[in-house]
Design a protein around this ligand. Structure first.
Ligand code: GRG
Length: 288
């Protein structure tokens, strides 16, 4: 896993030279280069590897997905959204570069990322077209942004659907969408057949749900030092989460159930990296 992370870090650095006007490139690079877990690019590259694709050709897409993720973090931290002063253990983007540059850095990452896929991927044009389609679909209005909108609305206790349906919608879109993008892109780069793509997509949906439930539980039980961001915020803001809706125990049961569906799928493929990621999450929740 560390090899893949190093590869992604090296490429992210290389793809974003700091040129005139430096402020925007520094702001873009700041959040991207902070030490995130790099789960989405690693998942993308690992799917390419297990499906016998070319990892080198997948690097622009893996990095583009991390840029999209960083954009969502920068904008989510803004005072008009989740208003968080810390991210990845450091002051949030707007705390360092100001709100205008943080908004622009997010915008710039969002548009630079597909440019990168088109410019740098040494892949057939029809594969690049599919990758850019997936990128805009999962990062856009009908997925990631829809999840964020309902998340914000739900903080005011405003739901059009039941709390259970609302929460499912938020998690599937806000968190699940980027894991689906990452893993589907890996399968597309490896030119997997439709059945394999669907199976990987099902894995990604369960993983996304499990990961967001994990994040909800960690907000409740963990510390700033461990997470690198303010904890206990969900409870204090009365946010709709798996923990607030179902309680810790039931949230953990739901996490287990999604993880077990992930394990059923991934055991067919030989991926020590994905097994390790799952085990890390499971081990951290022992005793909950
Ligand atoms: C602003 C369009 C827009 C969307 C924002 C993704 C998102 C929606 C907000 C980010 C905040 C958040 C809690 C998202 C849920 C997904 C999640 C748990 C993100 C954190 O992912 P990690 O733990 O972060 O993989 P690192 O820093 O390790 O990459």
């Amino acid at each position: 896993m560390q090899n893949l992370i190093n590869l992604v870090d090296k490429k992210l650095d290389e793809y974003m030279p700091i040129i005139y006007p430096e402020d925007i490139f520094k702001a873009m690079k700041y959040t991207v280069m902070l030490p995130g877990k790099r789960l989405r690019p690693v998942m993308c590259l690992e799917i390419v590897r297990i499906l016998k694709g070319d990892i080198e050709k997948a690097l622009p897409t893996a990095c583009a997905i991390e840029m999209l993720h960083a954009q969502s973090l920068i904008h989510d931290d803004l005072p008009c959204m989740d208003n968080d002063d810390f991210r990845r253990g450091q002051p949030s983007n707007h705390k360092v570069f100001g709100e205008a540059n943080a908004v622009l850095a997010g915008d710039a990452l969002l548009t630079f990322a597909p440019q990168l896929i088109i410019e740098k991927s040494k892949l057939p044009p029809e594969i690049i077209l599919k990758l850019v389609y997936e990128f805009t679909k999962w990062g856009g209005a009908y997925a990631l942004i829809a999840g964020q909108v309902v998340d914000i609305e739900s903080e005011g206790g405003k739901y059009e659907k039941t709390p259970e349906e609302t929460l499912q919608f938020i998690h599937a879109n806000k968190t699940g969408a980027l894991f689906r993008l990452a893993m589907r892109s890996g399968a597309i780069i490896a030119e997997a057949d439709e059945n394999v793509l669907e199976e990987i997509d099902t894995f990604a949906q369960h993983f996304g749900m499990a990961f967001q439930i994990y994040d909800d539980i960690m907000d409740e039980i963990s510390s700033f030092e461990e997470l690198g961001k303010t904890t206990g915020k969900d409870r204090n803001s009365g946010k709709l989460t798996y923990v607030s809706l179902y309680g810790l125990k039931e949230a953990k049961n739901k996490f287990d159930s999604h993880i077990s569906k992930c394990c059923d799928i991934i055991e067919k493929y030989d991926s020590e990296i994905i097994r390790n990621i799952i085990e890390k999450l499971q081990n951290r929740l022992v005793g909950v």
